[in-house]
Design a protein around this ligand. Sequence first.
Ligand code: TXA
Ligand code: MG
Length: 324
Amino acid sequence: MRAAPRDNVAMPQILPLDDRSIAIAAEHIRAGRLVAFPTETVYGVGGDATNGEAVAAIFEAKGRPRFNPLIVHVPDMIAARRIGDFDKRAEELASRFWPGPLTLVVRRRADNGISELACTGLDTLAIRMPAHRGARTFLAEANRPLAAPSANRSGKVSPTTAQHVAEELGDAVALILDGGPCEVGLESTVLDMSGEEPVLLRPGGVPLEELEEALGRKIAVAKAGVTVVSPGMLESHYAPGLPLRMNAKKAEAGEALLGFGPAPDATLNLSETGNLREAAANLFAHLRSLDRPDFAAIAVMPIPEQGLGRAINDRLRRAAAPRG
Ligand code: TXA
Ligand code: MG
């Protein structure tokens, strides 16, 4: 049974996928707005991965209670190499399975312009080149790498038609490109190629056996809950080296003050106007730049526990948790 549209959510514009609608969609992306688009796997909600506030708007649209790293979509190999480091094995996999439902996690290129929020401060990046022709035309036209998780509200199933997307996201997206039902209907396979050993992080459109055959070896499968993106492991990845203190009114001696709202004494401010989207966009970059030995600790001013504030506080709480 299909869910009824959510109350008091305006329906977004839906246009059939063609050159004209792609041009409009590309404009929206460059202006920092979100566009839902079909891929061969599922519909994605895309935003400019180099624009932190657009990435924050994606998390907001999905209503996610926590930040997780997003897949960055590219139209071709040139765009892929610009943002990620492809070693020989990753190049081989890309040439064999791209375009297609395979996402490769590789080391992130320094200064690649991708927002810290899109990869949640990790030094790796998940990259995918979709097989869907219209999707690739849109990506090329937008001329930006697109962060694009599945276009559903958090906790709901991934949408495979434009109508599903409209019901899920309402007018949180500027436009939905309607390319009909998705062919695969299942997300891309996520393969981590950033370390010594390849690791399957998420089963999906490309079967494990085909990847093993291509690599000529067995691939370790990350158990649910112990992948690099599970909360437990994230702690060691994301936590700043310095102790972190939440809900601080002011800094104690030696502390850096991370402000939110008006705060003349802040060392850095997540958002002087108290804008949660701006704060989310700045979160990982600011934590990173305050995490240096000149300070004894990072004191963070209170962030309201609503909307994106929940995901921001979730991240801060885990960074503040005592480490063993
Ligand atoms: O089929 C798909 O892949 C769809 C369509 C829209 O392309 N996209 C999608 O994106 O599912 P997303 O962002 O929801 O997928 C994120 C997955 C998660 O399992 C996440 O943990 C993993 O990719 N991921 C992203 N960046 C990662 C990283 N740096 N290291 C490890 N895993 C990463
Ligand atoms: Mg999803």
